[in-house]
Design a protein. Structure first.
Length: 213
């Protein structure tokens, strides 16, 4: 059975037969927290800090209950999913194998895409950054504390991927694909300030927009 842990957007765990039903928003946030710290034991206190900015007095009890429901959902899915979540003396561990986490795939494609962009291989950059962006889905559950910060960092990389793809598309003359309606000139001007002078000059030729417009 193939598993996919997807936390870029609304958290999902996918198996060959479909989605593992996750019992509520807190379970989805737990999946995200445990997946981002995969193969590491995570204490109940740290999980509570991902769920609440001000944890309630019974936060640890609620974390244990939510983790138990998540574990039951994985066991119900069967196959290799059944044993992925384990309780340790110092917390909970979610076992994730290489290639199963969407964050890892996004990070790899992002690095390859930005490298292609730096090398002015705009076809490869547009393709790779487009694939990186495709790993994201709409929606998200309201995380707290360190998890909110980590997801914010990933959102910044998502924006960087989108702008990198825009640069690549503009350099390929695909203005109609890169267009953001009336926002295009403003976005192009912002991008002109961060790319190399040679690339900026070519973007100006391609779009008719210059940094001083």
């Amino acid at each position: 059975m193939r598993l996919r842990f997807c936390v870029l957007g609304t958290p999902e765990i996918r198996v060959d037969t479909g989605l593992v039903p996750l019992p509520g928003a807190r379970s989805r946030i737990l999946v995200t927290a445990l997946a981002l710290l995969a193969n590491t034991s995570v204490s109940a206190d740290r999980l509570a800090a991902a769920l609440w900015d001000e944890p309630p007095p019974d936060a640890e009890t609620q974390v244990h209950a939510d983790a138990a429901m998540l574990g039951q959902a994985l066991r119900t899915a069967g196959g290799s999913a059944a044993a992925r979540l384990s309780q340790r003396s110092d917390g909970y561990l979610l076992a994730i194998e290489q290639g199963e986490l969407d964050v890892d795939r996004f990070a790899l494609l992002y690095r390859q895409g930005r490298a292609a962009l730096a090398a002015e291989d705009h076809y490869a950059a547009a393709h790779l950054l487009g694939q990186a962006l495709a790993t994201w889905r709409d929606g998200a559950d309201p995380a707290a504390g360190w998890l909110r910060s980590r997801l914010g960092d990933l959102a910044v990389l998502r924006s960087s991927a989108a702008e990198g793809r825009l640069v690549a598309q503009l350099m390929l003359g695909r203005r109609e694909l890169a267009a953001d309606a009336g926002l295009l000139p403003e976005r192009v001007r912002r991008l002109l300030s961060v790319v190399t002078p040679a690339t900026a000059a070519r973007m100006t030729l391609a779009t008719g927009v210059s940094a001083g417009d």
